[in-house]
Design a protein around this ligand. Sequence first.
Ligand SMILES: [Zn+2]
Length: 69
Amino acid sequence: MKCLNCNSKNIGKIGKQHYYCWDCCIEFTVHAEKLDLYQVEKDGTVSSLNDLFIEEIRNYADQQAMSPA
Ligand SMILES: [Zn+2]
């Protein structure tokens, strides 16, 4: 698992399918064939980054589809 934003491997697991990048401070949730990315602001506001990472999300889905379960 690598960060889709900065490629860091400095990823913390904060939930069942929920990860946090310590380097660029984004959170993402991993589903079977889909990713959701979020930015958590200093005031605690969460904003979706899916629109910014649409290519990465698509690539992830393709990789998942290609690799055997
Ligand atoms: Zn990152």
